[in-house]
Design a protein around this ligand. Structure first.
Ligand code: AMP
Ligand code: MG
Length: 520
């Protein structure tokens, strides 16, 4: 197996001088060297062929004993020095101090086809940042991360990727419901891949500790490797860097809103400095379109990270990053301008994105109102987001009276007995029909374009759960089926129509389907 190893993070940034693996505060350093823990009986259960190729590996490599050992942490690649990153973060709005890679270990960075990839194992054992936890991950959360991160990529959403999903062979104790009933579950390890796993929290921890020198080193490093368009370090360029991070984060959250992805734990330690979706935990997919929905039971009271609040939270998190970068810029004006622009940029980009979802490719001054009314209607009764938008592409602009028939499959219960809801939709379709007269596309052309932004298949919460239940019994076929299905989320896939369906009733309140908790 030949990987083109090109480490930078653990070569160019200050390391924790202590190399023993025990829990501690790590200062004046960006990471600690740590070796993954050996596991009882590693077994690879799925591999992403695209990621294999991206890393310059072959399918023969994937079958090797070496591959299995490396990507489960049982063998350290020659000429590499695995490490865990030091970061802090605001959790649910409060500064939580040092967090760090408590159960993620970075193996190395490689360059293939001019692209840099960092390889990280999640669930490979304790690190100096494990605090009171075990450094491990269970099969269910690993399946969820593995399937969802690759699915998001194919949806066109900026995200970290995944190369492999493996069982460790060890058992892991977890209290799924946090109700004092812990049970053993199968341990698992996902190898995650991204150009970099740096988070807002990596910068925050240095600023909070007033370690401006290391902060500067880390920002310079980030710009040098990942924000190549920005030139030599200067106050002006640090501001440019912040502006770019804000743009990338905005882009990411607009995509989330487009596909109905709810991250669930948008703490600043889970915000990628590259604007990638990172740390798939208690995430969920909107079924009923609902601004107030969150899959995360840990957040069920305040619903801080609910669907409709995600853009605000990105902005809140950017404020925290601005505070962390301030010591390098020493002027608030520019930072404040970027934060103020975020609001305007969001309005514009959100509007454009929503236009594209309903097949409007020109601008009209009443579009915002039309879209607002649409979103109001979607909240009138439980309405499946994915089915609604996908079916809307069948709308014929001369036949507004057929609107409700076209979308009715998206309703979780019939609206027949609710004349007010029928009336609201009838009105909306009439306006929509008139608005479409301003567009040049035929119905067919519009449908084609809409179907490129409105996925037919997403990883509904219950689908992941079905794959988990089967995998728990040793059957990995559903993981493979969903993995392949979600490679082409915008195409019809006639033989897979069973996945284009509303959430079944049994899944409404089932743990794992719509109720999940942090850190499993
Ligand atoms: P999360 O909510 O998953 O983003 O995790 C928040 C923090 O807790 C991060 O620093 C994680 O590394 C750490 N963490 C989560 N689960 C574990 C675990 N099982 N063992 C050690 N650290 C963990
Ligand atoms: Mg995290």
């Amino acid at each position: 197996m030949k990987l083109n190893i090109q480490d930078t993070f653990n070569k160019e940034l200050p390391a924790d001088p202590i190399t023993e693996n025990y829990v501690r505060q790590v200062e004046q350093a960006c990471f600690s060297f740590v070796t993954p823990t050996q596991t009882a009986n590693p077994e690879i259960i799925h591999i992403s062929p695209e990621m294999l190729e991206n890393l310059g590996l072959s399918s023969d490599d994937a079958l090797s004993e070496e591959f299995k050992k490396i990507f489960t942490g049982n063998l350290v690649l020659a000429n590499t020095q695995p490490y865990a990153m030091c970061y802090g973060g605001h959790q649910f709005g409060n500064w939580a101090g040092q967090l760090g890679d408590g159960r993620a270990i970075n193996l190395t960075e490689i360059v293939h086809n001019d692209k840099r990839w960092a390889i990280q194992l999640k669930g490979a054992g304790k690190t100096p940042y494990s605090r009171t936890a075990d450094g491990l991950a269970v099969l269910r959360s690993s399946i969820r991360e593995y399937l969802c991160s690759e699915a998001m990529f194919h949806l066109g959403v900026p995200t970290t990727r995944a190369l492999s999903l493996a069982l460790s062979g060890d058992e892991v104790l977890r209290d799924v419901l946090y109700n004092g009933n812990p049970a053993y579950e199968k341990g698992a390890i996902v190898s995650r891949i991204a150009p970099s796993f740096l988070r807002f929290g990596n910068y925050q921890i240095l600023a909070v500790r007033n370690d401006i020198e290391t902060l500067k080193t880390l920002v310079n490093y980030t710009i040098k490797h990942f924000y190549l368009e920005i030139e030599e370090p200067s106050k002006e360029n640090y501001l440019k860097f912040f502006k770019k991070v804000a743009e990338n984060s905005l882009e990411m959250v607009i995509h989330w809103q487009r596909v109905g992805f709810v991250h669930g734990v948008m703490n600043t330690d889970n915000m990628s400095i590259l604007g990638l979706t990172i740390d798939y935990g208690p995430y969920g997919w909107l079924e009923g379109y609902d601004y107030g929905w969150t899959p995360n039971t840990t957040d069920s009271q305040h619903k801080r990270y609910r669907y409709g609040n995600q853009p605000n939270i990105v902005l809140w998190n950017l404020y925290q990053l601005a505070n962390a970068l301030y010591p390098l810029i020493e002027e608030t004006e520019g930072l404040e301008q970027v934060l103020a622009d975020f609001g305007t940029n969001f309005e514009n980009k959100y509007l454009d994105m929503m236009r594209s979802k309903i097949g409007l490719f020109t601008q009209d001054e009443n579009d915002q109102k039309l879209i607002q009314e649409l979103e109001n209607n979607l909240h009138l009764t439980e309405t499946d987001m994915t089915i609604f938008y996908r079916n809307l592409s069948r709308f014929q602009k001369e036949k507004p009276e057929q609107g409700i028939t076209i979308i009715q499959d998206a309703f979780y219960s019939s609206i027949e007995e609710f004349p007010k809801i029928t009336e609201a939709w009838t009105k909306w379709f009439e306006k929509y029909s008139l608005r479409l007269q301003l567009e040049k596309e035929t119905d067919t052309e519009r449908a084609e374009k809409m179907n490129l932004v409105n996925p037919k298949y997403v990883l509904r919460n219950y689908m992941a759960q079905l794959a988990i239940d089967a995998a728990d019994k040793g059957d990995y076929s559903l993981i493979n089926e969903l993995f392949n299905l979600l490679k082409n989320p915008y195409s019809e896939q006639e033989d897979q129509k069973k996945w284009f369906a509303k959430r079944p009733d049994w899944a409404r309140n089932k743990v794992g389907c719509s109720m999940l908790s942090c850190s499993s």
